[in-house]
Design a protein. Structure first.
Length: 109
């Protein structure tokens, strides 16, 4: 006896039945946030928060809140937020308060 499964019951990413889908777990494992500093022109320091993986975020709103928290200027590009100055630890605390998981945030020296 064969069990028939319709195409709409199968996940297009992992090709498992939707009841057994593992995509969300795989995506969560691949997601992490990297906070680092970079030197720009004339020796200015910029803190960069990179969102690696598939995050569904409004970076415009998040960058505005981050800049207000650090009392500094900055911008957002691609999947990253840039804030003027060295604010690595302040931004980590900010992201934790926004609901991101502690084990997903890495501070790069």
């Amino acid at each position: 006896m064969k069990i028939r499964i319709k195409n709409e019951d199968i996940c297009p990413k992992c090709s498992f039945p939707k009841e057994l889908c593992i995509c969300e777990n795989l995506e969560a494992e691949e997601q992490f946030i990297e906070i680092s500093t970079e030197r720009r022109r004339w020796g200015k320091v910029v803190t960069v928060v990179r969102f690696k993986g598939d995050f569904n975020l409004d970076l415009d709103e998040l960058s505005t809140k981050a800049k207000k928290k650090c009392a500094s200027g900055g911008t957002y590009r691609d999947n990253s937020i840039e804030v003027q100055g060295d604010h690595r630890f302040k931004l980590k605390k900010f992201l934790l308060n926004q609901g991101f998981s502690k084990d997903k945030i890495r501070i790069k020296e």
